[in-house]
Design a protein around this ligand. Sequence first.
Ligand SMILES: CC(=O)SCCNC(=O)CCNC(=O)[C@H](O)C(C)(C)COP(=O)(O)OP(=O)(O)OC[C@H]1O[C@@H](n2cnc3c(N)ncnc32)[C@H](O)[C@@H]1OP(=O)(O)O
Ligand SMILES: CC(C)C(=O)C(=O)O
Length: 509
Amino acid sequence: MSTRKVKIFDTTLRDGEQSPGCSMNFNEKLEMARQLERLGVDVIEAGFPVSSPDDFRAVEAIAKIVKNSTVAGLARCVEGDIQRAWDAVRHAAHPRIHVFLATSDIHMKYKLKMTPDEVVARVADMVRFARSLCPDVEFSAEDASRSDRDFLVKVFDTAIAAGASTINIPDTVGYSTPNEMYDLVAYVKAHLQNPAVDISVHNHNDLGMGVANTLESIRAGATQVECTVNGIGERAGNAAMDEIVMALRTRGDFYGCTTGINTRQIYRTSKLLSTIIGVGVAPNKPIVGANAFAHESGIHQHGVLAERTTYEIMSPDDVGIYQNKMVLGKHSGKHAFADRIAELGYRMSDEDIAEAFERFKEMADRKKEITDRDIEALVGNAAISDVKETYGLKSFVVNSGTVISATAVVRLVRDDGEEKEHVARGEGPIDAAFNAIDRIVKMDTKLENWTMQAVTEGEDALGEAICKISCNGHTVTGRGLSPDILESSIRAYVNAINKAIAMEEKAMI
Ligand SMILES: CC(=O)SCCNC(=O)CCNC(=O)[C@H](O)C(C)(C)COP(=O)(O)OP(=O)(O)OC[C@H]1O[C@@H](n2cnc3c(N)ncnc32)[C@H](O)[C@@H]1OP(=O)(O)O
Ligand SMILES: CC(C)C(=O)C(=O)O
């Protein structure tokens, strides 16, 4: 099957920002725009410049910094809006003016108070005006899905004749069904006088069909789709970009389409937006929800451990999530339990594992989720954390403060007696020390998590550091104990590295 590329038009910064509670300030919009470019979207709709001086400034600044994606500014079919949109996007490497006017009877009569003929005339004048300013003009027929089809086509023909190179068919109020959207796009495509333009769709999610409507529109021939990160947008939101992109990718056999999205940036983009607007996604949201790649039940965990594809249709890696998550709880089975014990670096006999598993099940009845800490407490003396000490800590010196960048010198000793020392800088003393260790051990590891807590009381409390690192698809946890928090952190990191080495060696046997 031949594949064609569908353009991704992101409107997180415009329609997305129209969702209550999702406003972003100037710097946040710039950060988001940079990430959208990294993600590889074809068009960034950066805002509605006439709506406020702040919006204008943000669109203008985004236009100046974004180099690869087209930067669009929205405008009503009003000269002042269009001029303002152009003034904001004119410095972009690829500027676009996006003009819109409603075409449904209900919008024309009650909202615009315009006759259909007046709408056609206004579209002709305003698209022509926009085109006199900008080489790339998109025209949207607001409420297209509730418009008379022949009138809609007439308006699109008018817009194309006046210079629009993209025509957009919005399901503004999320009223369409997937079949209807398919028919509408196919109808418009078949009846346009000049179909050599991009046909775009913009689907809202009022009935939860935004993504399905978008995918059906693509099947009918849409060449551009408008969507938002995490599906934010007016009312119930817009079609979610991550879901569209991953559906096209995962079901390439069915859709025969690709996008220019670097899917490994999807999770990061979602997280960035959630952090900026302070609104997270539901845990069961496809692709980026906390549970999207989590498995809790024993039968599923056993299947995934044996072969990931038994219960995963996509790889978490593909969307930038480091690895799937085995959640240990009351539905888990002994395979997942034994796997986690091994990941934590413990070697236990089958008998001890079976005994610990019984206690684990009792605990799981009382506790919703069992953490690594719980398991460590649970296996207690039954487990012998006898990981081979490939590296031991010999000495360290760390310099840090508010006026210098942190520097650490760490000396490690190998089990064959060889000593190695390295110096490194970091964001803080712990980062500097970890960087120095990385230089010595030269392994491809990633620090996933670091925590510190006092395990005894008083001024001389012992600090226990826990470092979770990932290495070649495995996660291992190291622990370090000392009254000096730097020393316990370094010991925990070295301990985690020793466990990772042991695991690698085991995998090679
Ligand atoms: C479907 C969508 O998402 S469309 C985008 C929606 N986003 C926004 O509205 C956010 C930004 N909006 C704003 O800041 C303001 O609404 C503005 C600056 C655009 C306009 O503000 P105001 O001049 O105060 O008008 P207000 O918002 O109250 O009413 C909208 C006016 O625009 C007219 N209008 C609406 N859409 C269009 C259009 N596409 N082309 C021309 N005129 C339009 C309405 O008929 C109404 O006209 P009227 O003032 O002559 O009655
Ligand atoms: C401006 C248009 C594209 C819009 O946001 C809508 O119709 O929902």
